[in-house]
Write a new protein. Structure first.
Lengths: 80, 142
């Protein structure tokens, strides 16, 4: 198990009811974190419209996560 | 330079920051808040940004534009917070020696900003409801 701090934004935050939480998760990748927290952010699968960052650096769903990492889950962006 | 602000954007003042004796062209884009989206009457919009990555990703986009188009000056300002109909939500300005690369660079920057920066908008509708733009699609796809 790894201690992962998960941060939720916009729709994900409203669905989760918190902006961040630290969880003990059995995960290897950022995509695993997304799936493990699906009941919190409300989206089942990460898709092309959602993005992820690890420790404030943009990442891929296949990117590995380590104990103590902060994973930021971004719903589809809509700037402009 | 890319920055976020919760204050009104003044395109005329920003345009002046791009003056360069070697520039023969200026191209600016303003994104405005409109009163409807996908059949719903919109009252106002609310922008949320994750500033650290919005800035770094935005600066990366500007750097890419400068690499593609030599001698380019490029700036962008994006609003956060509550915006009313008609307000400027985003401004992109570029100056360059010739108009062709000014048009192309401006278009490249706004197109990339819209799909890459961690910025979200919530529409507040006239009927009292509200919704995150695009986000419902993500949930539905899941």
């Amino acid at each position: 198990m790894k201690s992962i701090t998960v941060r939720y934004f916009a729709m994900f935050r409203e669905h989760a009811g918190v902006s961040e939480e630290t969880l003990a998760l059995d995960v290897a990748t950022a995509g695993d974190v997304f799936k493990a927290t699906r009941d919190r952010h409300g989206s089942t699968e990460p898709n092309g419209h959602c993005k992820v960052a690890i420790n404030d650096v943009m990442a891929q769903w296949e990117s590995p996560v380590a104990d103590g990492d902060t994973v930021l889950l971004f719903p589809p962006v809509a700037g402009g | 330079m890319l920055r976020l602000t919760d204050q009104p954007i003044d395109p005329a003042a920003l345009r002046a920051t791009l003056f360069d004796p070697g520039a023969g062209a200026y191209c600016g884009f303003e994104g405005w808040i409109r009163n409807q989206n996908e059949g719903q009457a919109v009252l106002r919009l609310e922008y949320e940004a994750y500033e650290p990555l919005a800035i770094s990703e935005g600066e990366a986009v500007l750097a890419e534009a400068r690499q593609k188009f030599p001698h380019l000056h490029a700036h962008c300002v994006h609003r956060t917070g509550l915006l009313e109909i008609g307000e400027c939500a985003v401004w992109v300005g570029v100056s360059s020696p010739h108009r062709d690369e000014a048009f192309q660079a401006c278009r490249y920057i706004i197109d990339q900003l819209k799909v890459r920066l961690p910025i979200w908008k919530k529409e507040h509708y006239v009927d009292g409801h509200s919704g995150w733009v695009n986000c419902e699609r993500c949930a539905a796809a899941g």
